[in-house]
Write a protein that binds this ligand. Structure first.
Ligand SMILES: [Zn+2]
Length: 185
């Protein structure tokens, strides 16, 4: 458990969803400055048509949305594996499932993650990227997304359920630069 999460959890023990979202929003989903990000250059690139994606990547996005969007407004997600140009989304429970913090924070359950990851890697699948939802926020990544999730994957997708926007964040090779691409239907 990271320090940030422990702190956020402690601070946002409230029954009021509105109050919770307002507090959590300012803490977790605040704008992150360029200095904090350590990236240079522009974040935004031209939108990409979903139809232009590899068919298995496109269908992985559909499956990810189907499995992760929920009436409890919890953030959910998983990992996309790649093998010989084909892609497969694997759902991973949010370690915060059932707690109010799950509405504004996704962190994969590391125990289950280890087991499944082992199976896929033995089958010669490689990590391609992460995917998670933001039911109550925009497609912008949170500070915890950046500090934890994004450090583990070269490609990271965030689907804002609220705005129906799918964003892809990709680290450039060699230089620490994060590119953002919106994927449109
Ligand atoms: Zn997030």
């Amino acid at each position: 458990m990271t320090e940030t999460v422990t702190k956020v959890r402690k601070e946002y023990q409230t029954d009021s969803l509105d109050e919770f979202v307002t507090n959590a929003s300012s803490e977790l989903h605040a704008e992150i400055t360029a200095a904090e990000l350590h990236y240079s250059g522009s974040l935004d690139t031209s939108p990409v048509l979903k139809a232009e994606l590899h068919p298995t990547l496109s269908s992985s996005m559909d499956r990810a949305k189907d499995q992760c969007v929920n009436v409890d407004m919890e953030e959910r997600g998983g990992v996309i594996f790649e093998k010989e140009g084909n892609f497969e989304f694997v759902y991973f429970d949010n370690v915060h499932h059932g707690a109010s913090i799950a509405k504004c924070l996704y962190q994969p359950d590391i125990d289950k993650f280890g087991e499944v990851m082992h199976t896929y890697l033995l089958g010669n699948w490689k990590f391609y990227g992460s995917f998670h939802t933001h039911p109550l926020f925009s497609e912008q990544f949170s500070s915890v997304d950046f500090q934890n999730l994004f450090q583990g994957f070269r490609v990271n997708y965030i689907y804002s359920v609220k705005n129906d926007i799918l964003a892809k964040y990709t680290w450039s090779k060699n230089i620490k630069k994060l590119n953002k691409t919106i994927i449109v239907e």
